[in-house]
Design a protein around this ligand. Structure first.
Ligand SMILES: *Cc1c(COP(=O)(O)O)cnc(C)c1O
Length: 428
């Protein structure tokens, strides 16, 4: 399969190139040149297939010709090895929990699949690569976990000191080995600016720096699978399904729409954001207005220039999006009320991102009572303990998988500026 640039459609590359480059020349994003439609029998028979078989079938058209059946089977097995429970809160409201992976957020899926692609494409060359990434919280942990212990790979993660939660920080700092946590005294934007500068520094070119950015096709594509799993569970209810996706950079939602373009029978989508509402505002008014990013309690979605939205717009060529994709935003006060409401009504503890998804969904269902609604729970509430505990009285249970993590102490290096980062990279 070839992938074309969203900016210049005549620029086409294969999966390997799209994966290696990440972003295409002139800042376009790669999208598949064609989107195959899977037959209706495939969707009808989802319940007879395992999650890994479903993932294999959805990903296969995009990369099997380059990596082959064996490698794809293995990559899928290493990525989709934990459950994706669909939990009923009421008769017509469900949540899909995407947080049962090793770092308790949905980014585990994309990061692990990307690591598997590195293993496949770089295994032949003995060249050392350095993955350099800035994180506002969840990406860093997922990337660290996925690349931990991999031969010939160093991972350098820049994070804003004091602005990630204690568990998020431990996920970056406690692994050691080939994972290097760099604490920056500043905000996420500063971390990102330092990463960008390093990528454009010619002195650093010999290090084979590579990004683990969420726009990479290897991180984007596997996320289609969640939505097929929703349909697998709910199709026998014979009701229209509406899915609410708490969104920041819009990769997750763009993957859902790609699955729809492949024939997934989910017709209604809600783009749910916090007050960084560029997309809902655009969907409602037709006006694209990037305001300055504001900090919120659903901080993984503090994005005002969502790079993946261009993919969503281009998918319109394949699928009549109009009318089926709606957007709405939610203030911090509403997010807290939403966490409280979910707990009081359903005895369920949502994280702030899921709570945004719920609020937008719940408002929609008031006027669409015959539909079944699903909101995506993108992270475990324990990753945001302060905010959640402020909203609800009950203590958040600590998942077994991270109990040992909470007993560890992490180590990190304080990196003051571009020059300090450069020196650190050169000494790795
Ligand atoms: C990254 C993230 C999001 C936003 O996902 P996008 O694909 O960037 O829209 C939402 N919730 C959580 C918890 C995240 O970590």
């Amino acid at each position: 399969m070839l992938f074309k640039s969203t900016i210049n459609p005549s620029h086409k590359v294969n999966f390997k190139e799209a994966f290696m480059q990440g972003i295409c020349p002139f800042k376009g994003l790669y999208i598949p040149e064609q989107i195959p439609r899977l037959p209706i029998e495939f969707w009808d028979n989802l319940d007879s297939m395992s999650n890994q078989e479903i993932a294999f079938k959805l990903l296969s058209p995009y990369l099997i010709d380059e990596i082959g059946q064996e490698a794809l089977t293995e990559a899928v097995a290493k990525t989709f090895h934990f459950p994706f429970p669909l939990v009923a809160l009421s008769e017509n409201i469900y949540t899909m929990e995407l947080f049962h992976g090793p770092t308790l957020a949905f980014k585990d899926v994309g990061a692990q699949f990307m690591a598997e692609m590195h293993r496949f494409f770089n295994a032949q060359s003995a060249r050392k690569i350095t993955v350099l990434v800035a994180t506002s919280g969840d990406t860093g942990g997922a990337v660290a976990q996925s690349f931990f212990g991999m031969d010939n790979v160093e991972v350098v993660i820049l994070y804003p000191k004091g602005k990630v939660s204690p568990i998020q920080e431990l996920q970056l700092t406690a692994l050691g080995g080939n994972i290097h946590a760099c604490a920056v005294l500043g905000d996420f934007d500063k971390c990102q600016a330092m990463v960008k500068k390093a990528f454009s520094d010619t002195d650093l070119q010999e290090l084979s720096l590579t990004s683990a950015n969420s726009i990479n096709v290897a991180r984007w594509l596997p996320q289609m699978v969640y939505y097929a799993l929703i349909y697998k569970e709910l199709k026998n209810k014979n009701k229209e399904i509406v899915v609410s996706v708490p969104s920041g950079n819009f990769g997750n939602l763009a993957a859902g729409l790609l699955a729809t373009a492949m024939g997934l029978p989910i017709a209604n989508w809600l783009a749910a954001t916090n007050i960084n509402d560029t997309v809902p505002h655009f969907l409602t008014t037709g006006e694209w207005n990037e305001k300055e990013t504001k900090a919120t309690i659903s901080n993984a979605m503090d994005v005002s220039a969502p790079s993946n939205f261009v993919r969503i717009q281009q998918l319109k060529e394949f699928w009549q999006l109009n009318g089926n994709l709606l957007g709405a935003s939610c203030t911090d006060v509403e997010t807290k009320q939403s966490m409280k409401f979910i707990f009081e009504q359903f005895q369920y503890i949502a994280d702030p991102h899921g709570a945004v998804g719920f609020k937008v969904l719940n408002d929609h269902l008031k006027d669409h009572t015959s539909k079944i609604g699903v909101f995506m729970e993108t992270a475990h509430p324990i990753k945001f303990p302060e905010v959640v505990q402020e909203a609800i009285p009950s203590k958040i249970p600590i998942p077994q998988s991270i109990e040992s993590l909470t007993k560890k102490t992490g180590s990190f290096k304080v990196i003051a500026d571009d020059i300090a980062l450069k020196n650190f990279l050169l000494k790795l």
